[in-house]
Structure formats: C-alpha cells, structure tokens
Write a protein that binds this ligand. Structure first.
Ligand SMILES: Cc1cc2nc3c(=O)[nH]c(=O)nc-3n(C[C@H](O)[C@H](O)[C@H](O)COP(=O)(O)OP(=O)(O)OC[C@H]3O[C@@H](n4cnc5c(N)ncnc54)[C@H](O)[C@@H]3O)c2cc1C
Length: 652
C-alpha cells in the first residue's frame, strides 16, 4: 500500500464509519485485533448484544468507548471506564443529603480511605506501620483494581507478555535518605539497580529511552526523530526525507525554519539566566504563565511556546498559556537555571517498570495485604504474579480494599467538631451501602471531594474551586514488529499537528523470567501520550472541552485516527497497519492532572494558596492527593497520603 494512495483514500478528518475498503487499508479488518475488540465491546455492553442482528452490533462497536483492554488482571480497568463514569455522574452533584435506603454494612472502621491510588495506599501504609495490627482500615476504590493512575496494560503476543503504562510511568531509584520519597521507597524494599534488555549484537545500535517520557525534551540523541512535514514546501522532499534525527544535538542545523527561530529554540534549552533578581523568585514565577515567561521575559518566538505546549500538557494537563511558570519550573521545563539536557539516552537515571509505576503501587498493595498478590514479598514475584482479588477484602484482615466501590456521600455523624464518626455511602454493583469510620481520608481529588463531602466549609469550597483538572489519553500499541522504526534509525519521535505529538518504544526492564525481546522483527509496545489543550481559551474551558472530546469519541474513531497517523508517519518506512499492529489500548483519563494556574502555589491577592487550604482537616475528615503538591508524581502523591494519615492519626 502506498502512502499516497492511503492519504487519498482516507482523509485525516473524523469521518464516522469508514468503507470496508478504507478499513482494509488501515488494517482494521485483521482478525486478532477486531476479535479482541469486539469481545471487549460486547462484554462491556452486555451479553444481550450477542444475539443482536449485525447492524446493532455494528452500532455498539462504533460507539463503544472503553474498547479493548488487553489481557491479564488489568484488562477490566484501563483508564476511566464507562461504568465508573456512570456511577459517578448519577450521584456526584445530584445529592443534597445522604442517600435513603442505603444498606448498613454494620461495619465500623478506625480509618476509611477513599481512593486506592498512591495517596490512599500510602496513607494506609502509614497507618499500618504506625499501629501495626491494632487499628482497622478500609480503602474504597471505584475501579476494579488498585493503583489509580499507576496501572499497567498487558498484551500477549505469541509467546511474549508485554506491558505498557496506563498513565504513570517513570521513577528514579532512591538510595539516599535525603531524597524525597526515600523513606517509603526503602520501606517498600524497592530495588535500586535494574537490568534492561539490550539489542542483539550486529544490529544498528539504537538507543532507547528507559521510560516513555524523557525523549520528549530532555535528551539529545540520534535515535530521537522529528517529523517536519508542516515546515516543508510541498513536493520539495520525499516522505522518507521528512525525518530529522537528533535535532537538539545538532542545534536544529538541518531544520527548515528561519535562523532566528533556530537561535530561539537553542536559547530556550540552554539559557542559564535568572531573569528576576529579588528574593521572591519562586513567588514571582507563580505570578505569570509559562507562555509569558518564554515570550515576554525570555523574548523568544511563540513557536517555542508551541513546541513546549504538548510536553508541558503531558506533565500538568495544559499548555504554556494556562500554566503557572512555577509549575513549568517544578516539572523541569527549559529556560530556568540548572536546566540540564543529557547528551544521550544512555545517560538517563530514570527508570520505568514494564507497566510503569504500577510496580510501586503493587509493592504498596503487597505490603498492606500480603495475599493480595500471590507469591513471596520479593521484587520479581510482586511484579510478575497474579492479583488475588479474593484476598483484598477479607474480614480477618485489619487492612481491607473494597474495589468497584464508588463513594457518593461522606458526612459527619452530627456536628463535625463533636461527632464521633464519619458515615460513608458508596455504590457497589448498583446498590448503595453505608459504612462507619472514626476517621476518613479522602484522596480522590478536589473535583470529587467537593461533590461528595457534606457540609464542606466555604474556605475549602473556594480552594477546591481553584483546582482545575485536565484530561490526557495514553495509548499503548502492541506491534508485531517495529522494523519500520528501525529502518528510520529511530526509537522515539515527535511530530507537529495530527493525532498526538510523540511516541516511543522504551527499553524493556528485565524482571526475573519476564524477558521481552528488543529486536526490530519481534513484538514491542509503542506508547503515545496524547494531551488535550486549546491555547487562548480560558483554563477551565480547556479542561472541559478536552474531557468532552476524550470521553465522547468512540474507540473506533480513535482507532481510525491513530492508524492514519501512524501510516502518515511511518508508511514510507514500510509500516503496514494490518500486518504490524497486534492490539491497541486507549487509556482515557478525564481528570488526569490538576493544571496549576498562576497563583496556585503561593496564592493571589494576599489570599492563601488553594493547596494549603485543601490540606486542612474538616472535622474527622482529612484530604490528600498528588494535586496538593502541584507537581504530580508518585512521590508527591505518597507524601501527601502520609501527611494526611498523620493528621488523621493526630501525630502531627
Ligand atoms: C498520564 C499521567 C502520567 C504520569 N506520569 C508520571 C510519571 O512518569 N512519574 C510519576 O512519578 N508520576 C506520574 N504521574 C503522576 C502520578 O501518577 C500521580 O501523581 C499519582 O498516581 C496520583 O495518585 P493519587 O493517589 O493522588 O491520585 P489517583 O491516582 O487519581 O488516585 C485516586 C483514586 O481514587 C479513586 N476515586 C476517585 N473517586 C472515587 C470515589 N468517589 N470513590 C472511590 N474511589 C474514587 C480513583 O479512581 C483513583 O483510583 C502521571 C500521571 C498521569 C495522569
């Protein structure tokens, strides 16, 4: 199939259902992918559909949102699933008092934690460490598996088991007590040395990012490519000349852009200047957007901002026009003192477990409930063993995890200041239950807390009103082979316009018997981070527009767009979607990141910062989530969880 022919046949616009011939060109009629997909769609929509005539099944297929979820324990939960969205939307914001006719479970816990992500799991871990077996703790999570944003996708391709991150991806090995997060990392007995698969001798020695992140901006390397089609005059280059590699390493020497623009790009990445000399430097950064910083303070071309937008949005949800310059500084964007680019992907000291930070979340679960992951408490067993769902919620355990349970209402049993209990109402399997606890820790994020916590003080409400969430989608594409990338001499790339902006194959970590291949003729996972941002629109509107787009686009439409994009990028290097794609999982995160606007960190107009207010207890209820830090990573989420647990235990 020629690239030109495909482009002619399939326009890049959203077209609804394609013709059979167009689907064939995109490889969408290939047996394995479609069979897996339709099975998932039918399970998700109810077994009744099995009996429906084909037009109805077709309708279900083209409107299905969740789609294929891969294999293994995480297949049921990839991103925000339709079931959780329905449970949330039928209650959140619709209740003004506790649901009537709730079934009283009769349980009374010392602590009840809402949310089984890093914050919730770490809060429980802190409580368990402090009280050992004396106090009881129940975690409610609305998904069917723990981890929050730290979950994996699994694929089985031939004899290979391959993983990709559903969202949270990279971490640093922590070996010094002075490093943030060291305490919990160490107590979880996470290793500090890791082994990675290497390419066979005799092959062109490409370099790989060990994560799915750094290549976006932080490394110069010949294995990182830029697709420059939008900057090239029509007909002046053939499709395979559209790739430039190591552009940062070469200071954009070959890029088809004016010399001043090249200079601006280089200044952005190399400037070590501090543009503000007074003592309140960080507060000053938090008073302006990163766009203002790049264009007005550094005096650079708006193209630099455009280049930075998707990278920043992949870390905090939105682009430079919306985000505080302090947030950009916090997530290590260029333009600030101490920003450092590494000269080769080899130099990286960042790691990623095969399924991303699910590796850390699994260690937390194992430490809380030893039987919840089968096998010994060793690194390989925690990583490679099956989840034992039956063990999560056993009455004989002091710490319990109740999955598929959406908290819909939380209230004090009386006046907050002199009540003895908190009542938590949750929906599970279509029924509403009520459970009692002496203390509650809400780790679900402000967007949920503000809707389910009854009587929340005005100060909290106002603070929560300033936590604006934005979506992101993470796509893992299982490839039967990646010879097309090898032919281009690339393992990671960026492009401009179209669907997404970057993707890569990370270097697989070796964990005991799990040895994924690293050879262009063998399977691998290609990962895409797809942010949603709309420069110039108000911040809140950008988040809701992105969410509407993300949650209303069917699996089918996204699959078409992804396949077209891949053909556009890699068709000339021999990529054939029908032959090369083995499976696609879309992980949709409607409220992925809080997007910190100016004033988020230090407050505005003499008022306290919203994140400081949000950390305060309300009666018997404490709050935690990575968003309280602003820089959302596994460490900040865990630290916030520990902080909230200490508040709830009354030890700080
Ligand atoms: C796309 C993406 C990429 C990232 N990459 C990295 C990275 O490379 N490295 C890194 O360190 N960090 C990364 N992060 C950030 C990191 O993963 C998060 O900071 C962390 O996972 C947040 O943990 P949390 O517990 O605060 O929130 P969450 O993970 O959101 O956990 C909250 C939990 O509460 C549940 N919940 C919500 N409402 C309810 C309810 N009403 N009832 C019951 N349960 C409820 C949610 O389903 C979820 O399980 C990334 C995040 C995203 C979104």
């Amino acid at each position: 199939m020629s690239d030109a022919r495909l482009k002619q046949e399939v326009s890049m616009k959203k077209t609804g259902r394609l013709s059979k011939a167009q689907e064939h060109l995109l490889g969408m009629d290939i047996e394995i992918t479609r069979r897996d997909f339709i099975n998932a769609a039918l399970i998700g929509t109810g077994a009744l559909l099995l009996d429906l005539p084909s037009p109805a099944a077709l309708f279900a297929e083209t409107h299905e949102i969740d789609g294929y979820g891969g294999t293994g324990d995480y297949a049921v939960s990839h991103g925000n699933m339709d079931a959780q969205r329905q449970a949330a939307h039928s209650h959140f914001g619709n209740l003004d008092k506790a649901p009537e006719n709730a079934i009283d479970t009769g349980e009374v816990y010392d602590f009840l934690i809402i949310g089984g992500g890093f914050s919730g799991l770490s809060a429980a871990f802190e409580i368990k460490n402090h009280y050992f077996r004396e106090r009881s703790c129940l975690i409610l999570d609305n998904h069917d598996i723990t981890g929050g944003h730290a979950k994996r996708n699994e694929f089985e391709i031939g004899s290979y088991k391959l993983y990709g991150p559903q969202a949270s991806n990279s971490f640093m090995a922590l070996s010094r007590p002075s490093q943030p997060g060291y305490d919990i990392y160490n107590r979880l007995r996470l290793p500090s040395n890791f082994n990675y698969q290497e390419m066979e001798k005799g092959l062109n020695p490409l370099q790989f990012d060990k994560t799915n992140y750094g290549f976006m901006l932080w490394y110069d390397d010949p294995s990182i490519g830029h697709h420059i089609a939008p900057f090239v005059k029509k007909g002046s280059r053939s499709p395979d000349q559209m790739w430039l590699s190591d552009q940062w390493g070469k200071n954009f020497k070959d890029a088809p852009v004016p010399p001043q623009m090249k200079k601006d790009f280089v200044s952005w990445r190399t400037s070590q200047e501090q543009y503000y000399a007074k003592g309140d430097y960080l507060r000053w950064l938090d008073s302006i957007t990163y766009k203002h910083y790049i264009e007005n303070i550094m005096g650079l071309n708006p193209r630099v901002t455009k280049y930075a937008d998707p990278v920043l949005a992949s870390s905090v949800g939105l682009g430079c026009d919306a985000i505080s310059a302090y947030a950009a500084y916090q997530v290590d964007m260029p333009g600030f003192r101490n920003f450092k680019v590494l000269q080769s992907l080899r130099e990286s000291d960042w790691h990623s477990f095969p399924g991303g930070n699910d590796g850390i979340a699994r260690h937390l679960v194992k430490a809380l409930i030893p039987d919840a992951i089968s096998g010994e408490r060793t690194f390989p067993e925690i990583m490679n063993s099956r989840v034992n769902f039956d063990a999560m919620d056993r009455s004989e355990n002091k710490t319990r995890i109740r999955l598929g349970s959406t908290a819909v209402w939380v209230e004090h049993d009386g006046q907050p200041k002199d009540s003895e209990y908190v009542m938590v109402y949750y929906q599970k399997d279509g029924k509403i239950y009520r459970v009692k606890a002496k203390k509650a820790i809400v780790t679900s994020g402000a967007y949920v807390a503000s809707k389910i916590v009854s009587g929340l003080p005005q100060e909290h409400r106002e603070a929560y009103g300033q936590f604006h969430r934005s979506p992101i989608m993470v796509v893992n594409v299982a490839l039967n082979n990646w010879r097309f990338l090898y032919k281009l001499g690339l393992t990671a790339c960026r492009w401009f316009g179209g669907f997404g902006f970057s993707c890569n194959i990370k270097q697989p970590m070796l964990v005991a018997e799990n040895h994924p291949p690293l050879h262009p003729d063998y399977p691998a996972v290609l990962t895409f981070y797809i942010p949603f941002y709309y420069p110039g629109a108000p911040l809140k509107e950008q988040g809701s527009t992105g969410r509407a787009e993300l949650l209303n686009t069917s699996y089918y439409d996204y699959e078409v767009r992804l396949r077209k994009q891949m053909v556009m990028l890699f068709g000339s290097a021999g990529f054939d979607p029908g032959r090369d794609i083995a499976g696609i999982i879309f992980n949709r995160w409607g409220h992925a990141y809080v997007s910190p606007q100016p004033g988020f960190y230090f407050g505005r107009d003499g008022k306290s910062a919203p994140r400081d207010i949000a950390k305060k207890d309300f009666g018997r209820i404490s709050f935690a989530n990575a968003e309280h830090n602003g820089h959302q990573n596994w460490v900040s989420a865990a630290e916030e969880g520990v902080r909230a647990a200490k508040q709830a235990m009354g030890v700080i």
